[in-house]
Write a protein that binds this ligand. Structure first.
Ligand code: HEC
Length: 165
């Protein structure tokens, strides 16, 4: 009887230990994920710095398509999809400036985000380079569509906010 109790106790502890181990593993991977986002933006995540990162990543996708380096295409597409967030101050300023147009701004961001994920998945699905190119082109259209409506306006507003006028 005592032996059974001991076995029961040991089994119970093992279950609890492996559960908390799993918990720790999940917490660790979450920490790594948010760490990656922070590392991707050593700057203060000003919108303009995020944009320069997007430009570099988009050029990297094009390079991957010309050289048929599919994993380069995928990695750069994922970096665009997971681009760092803008600072809370700038986000608040953009919301104030755009008011009801904020939804449209967010929609363009969403198009770029979703199309980048679509491209990464298309690489995994072994789609041909011309098909990947078509998706890449749709990302570009997402970028330029937002710029056509908002780039100058938001840029001027952020510059004015910075200089305190
Ligand atoms: C949701 C709207 C939006 C989307 C989508 C967007 N941009 Fe921008 N972009 C802006 C705004 C606003 C600015 C002006 C930022 C500033 O001057 O502070 C800007 C500025 C830029 C700049 C100029 C930075 C500089 O040095 O002045 C580049 C380059 C750029 N974006 C690249 C891209 C690329 C590449 C994509 C797509 C992968 C993209 N943007 C998608 C809104 C957007």
């Amino acid at each position: 009887m005592q032996k059974l109790l001991i076995i029961g106790f040991v089994l119970g502890s093992v279950t609890v230990a492996s559960f908390s181990c799993e918990q720790a593993r999940i917490e660790e991977s979450l920490a790594i994920q948010s760490g990656a986002v922070l590392q991707a933006a050593p700057s203060d995540n000003a919108l303009v710095d995020i944009m320069r990162g997007l430009e570099t990543d988009l050029a990297e996708i094009a390079h991957g398509l010309w050289t048929q380096e599919r994993q380069t295409v995928k990695a750069a597409a994922m970096r665009i999809a997971e681009h760092p967030k803008v600072t809370p101050d700038q986000l608040a300023a953009i919301k104030e400036e755009l008011g009801s147009e904020m939804g449209s701004f967010a929609q363009f961001d969403g198009i770029v985000h979703n199309t980048s994920i679509e491209l990464a998945e298309a690489v995994d699905a072994d789609m041909d380079i011309p098909e990947l190119f078509e998706i890449y082109h749709r990302i570009e259209v997402g970028c330029i569509s937002c710029h056509a409506t908002f780039q100058t306006r938001v840029s001027d507003m952020l510059a004015a906010t910075k200089s305190g006028s």
